[in-house]
Design a binder for this molecule. Structure first.
Ligand code: HEM
Ligand SMILES: *[C@@H]1O[C@H](CO)[C@@H](O)[C@H](O)[C@H]1NC(C)=O
Ligand SMILES: *[C@@H]1O[C@H](CO)[C@@H](O)[C@H](O)[C@H]1NC(C)=O
Ligand SMILES: *[C@@H]1O[C@H](CO)[C@@H](O)[C@H](O)[C@H]1NC(C)=O
Length: 503
């Protein structure tokens, strides 16, 4: 009797709870369409993690350009109307916070836990170290370090064809030179060739370890690593923390002011040395994870499109060859030269349009109204996550771009080689039509250095080496679909190329 009563009571309470929970998540008319999926709690987590781009474009067809999905217990509102992005990008951080989720990822991916600090202030300080008056020294250092890894390596300088995977070639050269540029060179006598040997060996070790970790990071971010993968990630991270240890960095020369400011910032926060090297690894990913993959796609698109390659080569001849010395003899390349490349700029922007796929996310801190550009208004609930995915729109939007999946090297050029900036959706000109670098407070702070670095590498490679596809018929590889949302996409498989020093 007593048991039955207790059981009925319990059941009653449970039912009440369920109804309460259920109704909390029932959509109000003022809210975006809600799609919880069929699996309780998990919702759409599996599909979302496997291939966010095709899942979200399916949802877009079903619900339109704003909707809420359930993903592993979290409710995520997706906004896909680029005309309305400004209402998110510039909203106050008391309503839409960009820091909470970033800190969660920092911990999941890199075991980094830092004391509270003002992220805006940190960003402003680091931006300063990567731009304006610090840019020329970064550009010069990158030029020399690219020579170290590419042109002074005796093993590269043979007149025989060599084979390599294009992704491996691009990513390793960019990461190694980029790493040396920011984190510094082997100390003492830099003109001594043995120091360059050490830089080559050390940077190659950093790349090899980093690459292993890079393959695990997306699943670490989603907390879906297997036990074995977790162990592997832990041991790779352990080796990288040693390679990037404070003691080691302190003994380097030519450290960038970016590194100096960041180290000082961490010290001021009272972060211990152990945590400092973890933060150094996080920064290695933030600063080096995107440019290498971007170079891969850019070179591959050029190799598959002879007209584009000829246009870039022609521009290069004009800018560099007229100057006389080859890049091997040059000591640096001026910003003025780097800025005179409209064709290359269009090629790069078109490459990034096709292959850069970051999310821009915010935590909703208090119930709020979101105003869309067309006048609609939606309420967002506290504790939802709001997420923009510019890859689907504007970047791959067929209303904005003709044949959006095709690489057209001059898509961003007018007939007179000036930059094309007028793109439309729904008859209205777009402020945001290509967002590989993010936007608003979420803009990449290393953009100018990144563009200079990419240009310098492609110029040095194309002027000093013959480069061709091993199999000219090779098809463009598909994307590693687990990487949507994290920046530059990577290919599912590498593409073999042959290259030979021109001598
Ligand atoms: C093709 C190359 C690159 C692309 C497409 C790219 C794109 C991005 C994007 C979308 C963000 C996120 C912004 C945010 O959500 O706040 C970001 C952040 C960042 N990028 Fe880049 N990036 C590239 C290369 C670089 C390079 C070479 C550096 C090196 C200095 C760099 C430094 C950073 C840093 C430090 C952040 C974090 C800023 C913060 O504190 O929030 N990036 N980048
Ligand atoms: C490093 O500094 C030395 C002089 O201190 C300079 O000669 C060398 O060019 C620098 N290397 C790079 C890669 O900036
Ligand atoms: C630096 O290395 C060069 C080449 O090995 C050598 O000629 C020079 O004497 C060295 N300088 C110092 C200060 O060790
Ligand atoms: C490429 O995009 C950048 C913005 O990221 C812009 O500054 C530049 O002018 C663009 N160039 C062309 C040719 O589209």
């Amino acid at each position: 009797m007593c048991w039955a009563l207790a059981a009925t009571l319990l059941l009653g309470i449970l039912l009440l709870l369920l109804v309460a929970l259920g109704s909390r998540r029932r959509r109000l008319p003022s809210e975006p369409p809600l799609d919880k999926g069929f699996v309780p709690w998990l919702g759409h987590a599996v599909e979302f993690g496997k291939d966010a781009a095709s899942f979200l474009s399916k949802m877009k067809q079903k619900h339109g350009d704003i909707f809420t999905i359930q993903v592993a217990g979290k409710f995520v509102t997706i906004l896909l109307d680029p005309h309305s992005y400004d209402s998110v990008l510039w909203e106050s951080s008391c309503k839409l916070d960009f820091n909470k989720y970033a800190r969660l990822l920092m911990d999941r991916m890199f075991d980094v836990k830092l004391p509270d600090y003002d992220p805006k202030e940190e960003k402003a300080m680091l931006r300063l170290a990567l731009q304006n008056k610090n840019l020329p020294s970064l550009t010069r250092a990158m030029f020399l370090n690219l020579q170290t890894v590419l042109l002074s390596d005796p093993s590269q300088l043979s007149r025989q064809w060599k084979e390599d995977g294009l992704f491996h070639l691009s990513y390793s050269m960019m990461l190694r030179a980029g790493y040396l540029t920011l984190y510094g060179n082997e100390k003492e006598n830099y003109t001594d060739p043995s120091c360059q040997d050490k830089d080559r060996a050390h940077s190659a070790e950093v790349y090899n370890e980093f690459y292993k970790l890079d393959q695990l990071l997306m699943r670490a971010a989603r907390s879906t690593l297997t036990t074995a993968e977790k162990e592997e990630a832990a041991s790779v991270k352990g080796r990288l923390w040693k390679l990037l240890s404070v003691k080691r960095l302190n003994s380097n020369t030519n450290k960038s002011s970016w590194l100096e400011s960041y180290m000082q910032h961490l010290a001021e926060l009272g972060v211990d040395e152990d945590m400092q090297s973890r933060a150094m690894l996080l920064q290695l990913w933030a600063t080096q994870g995107n440019a290498g993959p971007a170079v891969f796609w850019l070179l591959l698109f050029l190799l598959k499109d002879p007209a584009a390659m000829a246009a870039v080569q022609g521009e290069l001849e004009k800018v560099i060859r007229n100057k006389g010395p080859t890049t091997k003899q040059m000591q640096s390349i001026s910003q003025e030269m780097l800025d005179r490349t409209p064709v290359f700029d269009s090629v790069l922007n078109e490459t990034l349009r096709l292959t850069a796929a970051p999310f821009i996310s915010r935590e909703v801190l208090a119930d709020m109204q979101l105003k869309m550009a067309d006048g609609r208004e939606f309420s967002l609930r506290k504790e939802y996550r709001l997420c923009l995915f510019p890859y689907l729109s504007p970047q791959m939007d067929s209303e904005i771009y003709e044949d959006p999946e095709k690489f057209k090297y001059d898509r961003f050029l007018n007939a007179d080689n000036t930059e094309k900036r007028d793109f439309y959706k729904g008859g209205k000109r777009l402020k945001y039509y290509n967002m590989p670098w993010g936007a608003g407070i979420n803009t990449c702070i290393g953009k100018f250095h990144a563009v200079n670095s990419i240009k310098q590498f492609v110029f040095q490679l194309l002027t000093n080496f013959d480069l061709e596809l091993k199999d000219p018929e090779a098809r463009l590889p598909g994307f590693d679909k687990g990487r949507y949302g994290f920046g530059m996409l990577q290919p599912e498989n590498d593409i073999m190329v042959r290259y030979k020093w021109k001598g």
